[in-house]
Design a protein around this ligand. Structure first.
Ligand code: PEP
Ligand code: MN
Length: 341
């Protein structure tokens, strides 16, 4: 028994009676209120509930059905929620009809540069500003990010442009400072299976963008989303950013089949990051277009005013004018599949 589907008319007091019953078995209830139905996700070892007890639960007032989910991920599964999850961030929605664009430099490098590029991506039509203040660099001698100073510049950019902010958390100890400044918490590829960190953001009340691990399977990725959701935070979106394969001609292999596959297996929104996916600026645009055609709910694209001077990922960053051109080329593709961008 993993899911309890309630009747549309089930009252709050019935819900709390059911929750108490679950707690009596040492289980936890994860309540999800949909447009038509309320669903209780049961968290914990449900094998402690006998068949008789499960049958008794089925006939309780307010209960429509009791179901088992055979997949190891439950809250993240399509069985748990038939409708697509729409995540509200500020005045924007991720997972709705509008395809959202998150754009900006790999890292916050300084105040003026960030404010300038933020205005440019805003003018081109993006609603989200992406940039890291804590950077997961392969070498300890490379630029590591500006830390809290960088977060302050991001907040100032939001104030000045109205863009919503996406930034990466690398360490559970930074949760309070990240939550204070960002609108979406990014979990980077290298931390997709940092389970302590996942639980920490699961307790936060902010949407989470969960990047795919460098060599992670779809199932492992879904289980990481489950970690976050099991803590009560259901505002999770996936971000495909390419995986390691035998091919080294591109930085990674962008797995666009992950988009329709995740849409089938899960109700959560799917973002595609073609910049890290290919690692070369001139291939970002075609893969961004393919991602939109494949059904992505959002794109994450690295944009830098002067890529040659960038402190990280300059080779895959678009110049603002090129980004603007990409945005206009994406519009007819979105329209062709009945979506806005
Ligand atoms: C980034 O978004 O700049 C980043 C470090 O991405 P990833 O974790 O996908 O490598
Ligand atoms: Mn980057």
């Amino acid at each position: 028994m993993d899911i309890i589907v309630l009747r549309p008319e089930a009252a709050e007091e019935r819900i709390s009676i059911i929750v108490k019953k679950l707690e009596g078995w040492g289980l936890k209830a994860n309540i999800s209120k949909g447009t038509e139905r309320t669903i209780i996700g049961v968290i914990g070892d449900t094998s402690v509930v006998s068949e008789e007890e499960e049958d008794a639960l089925k006939v309780m007032e307010g209960v429509e059905n009791v179901l088992r989910i055979l997949k190891p991920y439950k809250l993240a599964s399509r069985e748990f929620r038939k409708d697509n999850t729409e995540i509200k961030v500020g005045d924007q929605i991720i997972g709705g009809n509008k395809i959202q664009v998150m754009a900006g430099p790999c890292a916050v490098e300084g105040r003026e540069g960030l404010l300038a590029v933020a205005q440019k991506v805003k003018d081109a039509g993006a609603n989200f500003l992406r940039a890291g203040a804590f950077k997961p660099r392969t070498s300890p001698y490379s630029f590591q990010g500006l830390g809290e100073e960088g977060l302050k510049y991001l907040a100032e950019a939001r104030e000045k442009t109205g863009l919503l902010v996406v930034t990466e958390i690398m360490d559970a100890r930074d949760i309070d400072v990240i939550v204070k400044y960002t609108d979406i918490i990014q979990i980077g590829a290298r931390n997709m299976q940092n389970f302590r960190l996942l639980l920490e953001v699961g307790a936060a009340k902010k949407p989470v963008l969960l990047k795919r691990g460098l060599s992670s399977t779809i199932k492992e990725w879904l289980m990481s989303a489950e970690y976050i959701m099991s803590r009560g935070n259901h505002q999770v979106m996936f971000c495909e950013r390419g995986i390691r394969t035998f091919e080294t001609a591109t930085r990674n292999t962008l797995d666009l089949s992950a988009v329709p596959l995740l849409k089938k297996l899960s109700h959560l929104p799917v973002v595609v990051d073609p910049s890290h996916g290919v690692g070369k600026w001139d291939m970002v645009s075609p893969m961004a277009k393919a991602a939109v055609a494949a059904g992505a709910d959002a794109l994450m694209i690295e944009v830098h005013s002067n890529p040659e001077e960038a402190l990280s990922d300059g080779e895959q960053s678009l110049r603002p004018d090129y980004f603007k051109q990409l945005m206009s080329e994406l519009r007819p593709i979105a329209a062709a599949i009945g979506r806005d961008i």
